[in-house]
Design a protein around this ligand. Structure first.
Ligand SMILES: [Zn+2]
Length: 444
């Protein structure tokens, strides 16, 4: 079965940056079979996109879906103050709440053009099970790809860490549960729908032993590694006091700067540390809105890109960026880069590249992030005939400058999971209603 999507302004994000203003995409078996303009190839069915702009589906490289349950709290707090206020509330999480939260966050992301979501879950209250399974179920139902992580914290407040003691776990229990989830859920190879990553939370909530043993386990199982790093000046001060070095030096010493690792934030990196990221192939999840919301600063993405560091975008958890809108992060990445480096610091197309190719590279996925043969038919279709793009001389640049937008259609593996700006497989009002029922349990 071959399907042709025609009459689109196709932005491929391939190595040559090819665009087809009057383009078509041929889809077969969930993959892109061909893309181009001019004479259309034979197909079993043909659908017109009516001049809409088509980009690769966006790839989210950092999130905490459960945080949709606790939005708009700790409104003037720094990261540490915000965490200390929210940890006790998060300790109430269970599988039912996680499922409602995941459906909400995933639906929001999909409606913002996102086809692949990484979620960093690290709160596992004692006696609760099924949290990762709940978000996997939500992703399977809604139809997006999910890279879920078995996160962890083992450095409680009585040992000098930030989280309360009741939220930390034993190292062996974390590793055993990670191995179990990987065996049950992780898919490898092109087109994988569900994957598992190994993601101890941060230098201020995890011991060096857990960081090291988690990395050993991930490398034995062939899973990628993720953590938070260099988000705030307070974190740097904490590491200098506790470990006598910067957060990046600390991670480097634990064998955590490598091609199978990506780190969230990386706001406070020296030039030498950026060079170290480039030399080791370590990736970065850039989360501009969250960093601005918490007053953490702006990551030096221009310098990272120039050095050759893999960089993708993340909305980050919904309690520090109350919107799970990944296209908004595409625009935000452009704006903060220009705020730091002037109007030439980032082009609109480079911003889209970060949110697509960049994110796929960060997740180690060469089957995602571009519209070209051999990659999954994960496509975001953006209407170009609305008020926002009226008069735009360049619809691709206009799309970014005028963002955010609700996606018109979204394809995952060639299947439409959003049509006419609405979820195909679920009703977003029902998702919001079910979420409200759970959210009251997390009231301040
Ligand atoms: Zn985060």
């Amino acid at each position: 079965m071959k399907s042709l999507l025609a009459d689109g302004y196709v932005v491929t994000m391939d190595d040559e940056g090819r665009e087809h203003p009057d383009g078509w995409i041929l889809v077969a078996d969930g993959m892109v079979a061909a893309v181009g303009d001019g004479p259309e190839p034979e197909a079993d069915e043909r659908e017109s996109l009516g001049g809409a702009v088509v980009t690769p589906g966006l790839v989210n490289t950092h999130h905490h879906l459960y945080q949709t349950l606790t939005r708009a709290r700790a409104q003037q707090a720094t990261l540490f103050e915000w965490l200390v206020e929210l940890y006790p509330t998060w300790a109430r999480i269970d599988a039912e709440a996680e499922y409602a939260a995941a459906r909400t966050g995933l639906a929001e992301l999909m409606l913002s053009g996102c086809t692949t979501v990484f979620d960093h879950h690290y709160v596992f209250p004692r006696g609760t099970g099924g949290l990762i399974e709940a978000e996997v179920q939500a992703a399977r139902e809604l139809g997006c790809r999910l890279v879920a992580s078995r996160g962890s914290m083992d450095l409680g407040v009585s040992d000098g860490g930030l989280p309360p003691d009741e939220l930390v776990e034993e190292v062996d229990a974390v590793l055993a549960d990670t191995e179990r989830l990987a065996a049950d859920l992780h898919e490898s190879g092109p087109g994988a729908r569900i994957q598992i990553a190994v993601a101890p939370c941060s230098p201020f909530s995890v011991t060096g032993r857990l960081m090291t043993e988690a990395a050993d386990l991930a490398r034995r199982l062939g899973l990628n590694l993720h953590t938070h790093l260099a988000e705030t000046v307070e974190e740097e001060a904490y590491c200098r006091e506790l470990y006598g070095c910067t957060p990046v030096e600390y991670l480097d010493g634990l064998g955590w700067l490598a091609g199978d690792v990506w780190c969230a934030h990386c706001v406070h990196l020296s030039d030498a540390e950026i060079g170290r990221f480039a030399a080791t192939g370590t990736g970065v999840a850039h989360c501009p809105t969250s960093n601005l919301r918490l007053g953490a600063g702006v990551a030096p993405v221009r310098a990272m890109r120039d050095a050759g560091v893999r960089v993708g975008l993340g909305v980050d958890g919904s309690a520090s960026n109350e919107r799970s809108h990944l296209f908004n992060e595409v625009k935000q990445a452009l704006l903060v880069a220009r705020g730091r480096g002037g109007p030439t610091a980032m082009t609109p197309r480079e911003a889209i590249h970060l949110g697509t190719r960049g994110g796929a590279a960060v997740l180690g996925r060469d089957d995602l992030g571009a519209i070209e043969p051999g990659r999954c038919a994960d496509l975001a279709v953006w209407a170009a005939d609305g008020l926002e793009l009226a008069g735009a001389a360049d619809p691709v640049a206009g799309l970014v400058f005028a963002g955010p937008h609700r996606v018109e259609r979204l394809y995952v593996g060639g299947e439409a999971v959003v049509r006419g700006g609405a979820l195909v497989r679920a009703d977003e009002r029902e998702i919001a209603r079910a979420h409200r029922v759970q959210a009251v349990r997390f009231a301040p």
